[in-house]
Design a protein around this ligand. Sequence first.
Ligand code: HAM
Length: 423
Amino acid sequence: MSDRFEAPKGTFDYLPPEAGIRAVVEQRMLEQARLAGYERIETPVFEDTGLFARGVGEATDVVQKEMYTFTDKGGRSLTLRPELTAGVVRALIEHGRITAGVTKVAYTGPQFRYERPQAGRQRQFHQVGVEALGSQDPALDADVVLVGHEVFRELGAEVTLLLTSLGDAECRPAYRGRLLEFLHGLGDELPAQARARAELNPLRVLDMKDSRVQELTADAPLMRDALCPACRAHDERVRGLLAEAGIKWVEAPRLVRGLDYYVRTTFEWQAAGLDAAQNALGGGGRYDGLSEAVGGPPAPGVGWALGLDRVVLALGPAGRLPVDPYRLDVLVIPLGDRAGDTAFTLVRDLRRAGLVADLPYAERTLKGHMKAAAKAAAAAVVILGEAELAAGQVGIRDMAARDQQPVPLADAVRAVEAIVRPR
Ligand code: HAM
C-alpha cells in the first residue's frame, strides 16, 4: 500500500491558474443571473435521501445508480446532492418563501454523481444554476432561457440550444401509453437495454445514443405531436418570446433529459466540438409539480443548471478562457536590507491601487529575481537598488516591452499602473 494519497476517482484538484480562471467564469455566470433578478441561495451539500428519490424520480439513473448515499451516526440516510433543484425547492418550502408572486434564486456549488469518469464527466462537478418559482407564465420560461443565452454570449461560447416540450399531466400519460405500445410492438428487435428502459420511462428510449435503437424508433410517436391545447399554447408563447429576443434554437423532439420532474418547456445547451458524452454544457426546464412531490404547496417552477467544469472545458479550445485575475501584476525587488523597508510600503500602496503586487521573500541575484518575475508572468517589476533609492529613484521594468526606466519613488505606483493597465 502506498503511503501517499490521491484525489478520489472522478474528482479533480483545480490548481492555479485554472482555479482562478474557473472563478471568473463562475462569476460571469452569476452576474447574468443577478442582472435578471435572481438572488443568491445556499443549501446544504447533503440532504435527506428521500428528497432526491421523490424529487428527482425513483426511476432515474441518478437515483438508481449514481447517488452517494450514507447513514450518519444518528442513523439518518443522507445523500450528497446529485443536483440542486430539489434542495432549493425544499429550502423555499421549509422557510415559507413560496408565496404569492415569483421567487427567483441563483446558486453555485458542487454536485456529486457516481458516474463512470471521463473527460467532462466527473463524480464531483460544479454547477451554477437558476430557479424561478411561483408562475406558470411562459414568459418566465423564456426569461430563464434568456439568462442562459446571455451567459454563453458573455463568455463567447458557441452553443446550440435544443428545445422541446414534454407536455404535462394532462397530455403526457396518454402519449406515454401510446409510445409504450409502439415500443412493445418492436418486440425482441429492440435491444435489451432499451426494453428495460421502456418499462422505467419509455420516453428515455427516444434519446438513447445506440444507432439500432434510433433506427427502430425513427417512426415512434413524439410528444411534440401529442401536446394538449394548453401545453401547445404555452410552448408557442415561449418560442415567440425567444424569437423576439433573437434567440435561436433547434427543435429536439427526442430530448428527454435524465431527471423526472420536467413538464412542458425542456431544453439543453450543447457545445460544438465536444463529444456527445460531455457536450451538454447545461440544461433545464419547467417542473410544475415538484414542490407538491416533496411536500410543498403548489408552486410551478422553471430553471436550469450549467456545468462549470464542462463550460471551462469548452472555452479552452475556442481560445475564450478569461485571464486569471490572481496572476501577479508586479514584483517588487529590494536589493539590500534598507530597500526592504521601502519595498514593503510600496507593495502596500500598489495593492491599495488594485494591483496584484508581491515581494520575492528570497535572496537572489537580480537575474534570479527577473527569472522568477517572468515565471510568475508579472507584467512589471520594480527594482529598488540602494544607490537609486538614495537618489529617490526606482527602476521600473515593462516585462513585455523589455524596457526599464528610472522613475521617482513617488511616481512608482502610477508608472506601474500605466504598464499593467495601458489605456
Ligand atoms: P443536469 O442536466 O443533470 O440538470 O445537469 C446540468 C449540467 O450539469 C449538465 O448539462 C452538465 O453540464 C453538468 N453535469 C451533470 N453531470 C455532470 C458530471 N457527472 N460531470 C460534469 N458535469 C456534469 C440538473 O442537474 C438540473 N437540476 C437542472 C435544472 C435546474 N433543471 C431545472 N432547474
